[in-house]
Write a protein that binds this ligand. Structure first.
Ligand code: PEP
Ligand code: MG
Length: 609
């Protein structure tokens, strides 16, 4: 057990009983360490008392000093995150500055102190409550989400007044596993990244902000753990398995030692892979790109040797708070990505995916109830029924294409007619910009995500009307196997190596090759070296994945020759439907492990197939 200063553990408290909690594996890897239980409530408990007339001036002065200090802290953070080129952080923090400076809130707090004779902490609390209540009633989801900003600023002011340090996370001075209900974007961006061993959260999905950040940074994470915060106490020792999706609280010595050794070895091997990225071995013939979203910094991508951004999940501009980000806001974010991509080496580009909203990625209050949202008005279906949103986004992407090499692709296309409609919208957006004299790349490649079985089955027809394919295996597996990708109860059906899925990938790749267009895989399966080799053997020309997985895939593709990968794919084709997903995966795994023995040891890199 560690001391309370690092984890908030009260001295002399008995540790929780040993228990294992299951959740969603969201960022692979192992973490072992003390729990830092992040609870908003403990930060928020404030004293309330009446002050005498004679103390009013001093109390107002106390409040003003706290406000000035809060402003200083937020400005410091804005400056810090500007230099980290982390757009998301500065957006969140700029909102905080506006709130700190809000004259109505300021007058309300001072009035409560001078007229109601409340202490400064209680005056702030009541004023923040009023503001939260106003925002809570807003129809606009962006404004409703501002409640979180109010909470953040309120906490910061109260911490200054109560002398509690800048943030709950400031108490972290040793490596910890963060246990929380969920983390807001503003909480996530201010975490001391170097000291986080892993994340375990009650809520959240594999596409939540903390999940994406964890994967981009290579930090193991398990989300959707239900009530893990009530089962873990600060300082409890945790084993977090981000590959299986489990957290063990206070394991016995033996389990702890075994897991510890595994986690340490895994970290060593990962570090070697990252360090060796430029070393021996021919560059793989396929391009290895990163999946990214607004807010991921260029540094995070280049550290792992990404050769471009193969999938830019634009929907995070919508999910991050803004109801409908306007053309200017979108253009600014896309330009940042296009410029970042240009710096990732020869031929690097960013592939902007048009808004993939719906399914589990919903903008609060914006989507009418649907019984089966994954089969509902999602992605291209949403865009074609909200043409104004689609047009604004295409204009922003086109404007960014003048600033750096860019492509655009349409998600969840099920019919050629949908693709034609999307192509028409792209053409119209180009014509409009040309008429306005706004520069853009007139030859911007436009592609289709192959993630619905109908698109794979009819891939030849799609290939005639687009410039590239990108196979989204996350959804292709979900729709082929009829297994909700976010439901751990049917996760046994989540089989990228199932012969049905392999056949669909093969059909899409075959159609792309016949039409002479490139084809990538940008689903999570691309980050598993075993499946990566199979996809390359089938003829895929690019793999795009969470950045931290690139080194292991690169190492594998340096060790396995193109001929070996092709032979493997031929063998798997030959199996037809006669082998199970597990057998196909085992076959591919044997080749990979024979070539890169250290991957056999690195359990977190190879999935169950
Ligand atoms: C996919 O479906 O494989 C994909 C890459 O898209 P997303 O995970 O964002 O749905
Ligand atoms: Mg998808």
């Amino acid at each position: 057990m560690t001391d309370g200063a690092d984890t908030g553990a009260p001295a002399g408290r008995a540790a929780s009983a040993t228990v294992t909690v299951a959740g969603l594996a969201t960022s692979r890897g192992f973490a072992a360490g003390p729990a830092f239980v992040y609870s908003k409530d403990s930060v928020l408990s404030v004293p309330e008392y009446a002050i005498p007339d004679s103390a009013v001036d001093a109390e107002i002065a106390r409040y003003r000093a706290a406000r000035a200090e809060t402003r200083r802290q937020v400005e410091e953070l804005v400056a810090k995150f500007k230099s980290d080129t982390d757009g998301l952080a500065s957006d969140v923090l700029s909102n905080h500055l506006l709130l700190v400076d809000d004259p109505t809130a300021d007058a309300a707090v001072e009035r409560r102190i001078s007229v109601e004779h409340l202490n400064a902490e209680a005056a702030i609390r009541h004023t923040a409550d009023d503001f939260r209540a106003i925002f809570a009633k807003m129809r606009d989801p962006y404004l409703r989400e501002r409640q979180r900003d109010v909470e953040d600023v309120e906490n910061r002011l109260l911490r200054v007044l109560l002398d509690r340090g800048e943030s709950a996370f400031d108490r972290i001075s040793k490596p910890v596993v963060v246990v929380a209900d969920d983390l807001t974007p503003s909480e996530t961006v201010t975490l001391p990244r170097d000291l986080i061993l892993g994340f375990a959260t009650n809520r959240g999905s594999t596409t939540s902000h903390v999940a994406l950040l964890a994967r981009a940074l290579g930090i193991p994470a398990v989300v959707g753990l239900g009530d893990v915060t009530s089962r873990v106490q600060p300082g409890d020792f945790l084993l977090l398995d981000g590959t299986k999706g489990a957290v063990t609280v206070n394991p016995d010595e033996q389990a702890r030692a075994a897991f510890d050794a595994l986690a340490r070895r895994e970290r060593e091997l990962r570090a070697q892979l990252v360090e060796n990225r430029a070393a021996s071995g021919a560059a793989p013939a396929v391009r290895l790109c990163a999946n990214a979203q607004p807010g991921v910094s260029l540094a995070d991508l280049s550290a792992y040797g990404a050769q471009g951004i193969g999938l830019y999940r634009s929907e995070y501009l919508w999910l991050g708070g803004a109801a409908d980000p306007g053309e200017e806001e979108q253009t600014a974010a896309y330009v940042e990505a296009a410029r970042a991509a240009a710096q990732l080496g020869d031929g690097a580009r960013v592939v902007f995916r048009a808004l993939d909203i719906g399914g589990d990625k919903v903008q609060r209050g914006q989507h009418p109830y649907e019984a089966n949202p994954f089969l509902g008005n999602r992605s291209i279906r949403f865009l074609l029924s909200h043409r104004d949103v689609f047009r604004t986004q295409l204009r922003a992407i086109l404007r960014a294409s003048a600033q750096g090499p860019s492509s655009v692709m349409f998600p969840m296309v099920a019919t050629v007619q949908e693709l034609r409609e999307a192509n028409n919208e792209l053409r119209r957006a180009m014509d409009a910009l040309a008429a306005e004299g706004v520069p853009f790349d007139e030859h911007i490649p436009h592609g289709v995500m192959v993630e619905v079985p109908s698109a794979a089955l009819n891939a030849d027809a799609f290939a005639r009307e687009c410039d590239f394919f990108s196979i989204g295996t996350n959804d292709l597996v979900q729709y082929t196997m009829a297994a909700d990708r976010a439901n751990e109860r049917v996760s046994y059906l989540y089989q990228p190596a199932n012969p049905a899925v392999v056949k669909l990938v093969d059909m899409a790749v075959g159609a792309a090759r016949a039409a002479g267009i490139p084809v990538s895989v940008c689903g999570e399966s691309a980050s598993d070296p075993v499946l990566g080799v199979l996809w390359v053997g089938l003829g895929v020309t690019e793999l795009s994945m969470s950045a931290s997985y690139i080194p292991a895939v690169r190492k594998t593709l340096q060790a396995v020759s193109a001929d070996e990968a092709r032979d493997l794919a031929e063998r798997v084709r030959g199996y037809g439907s006669s082998r199970s997903a597990a057998e196909i995966y085992a076959d591919c795994r044997a080749l990979v492990v024979s070539k890169v023995p250290q991957l056999g040891e690195m359990q977190s890199f190879l999935t169950a197939g």
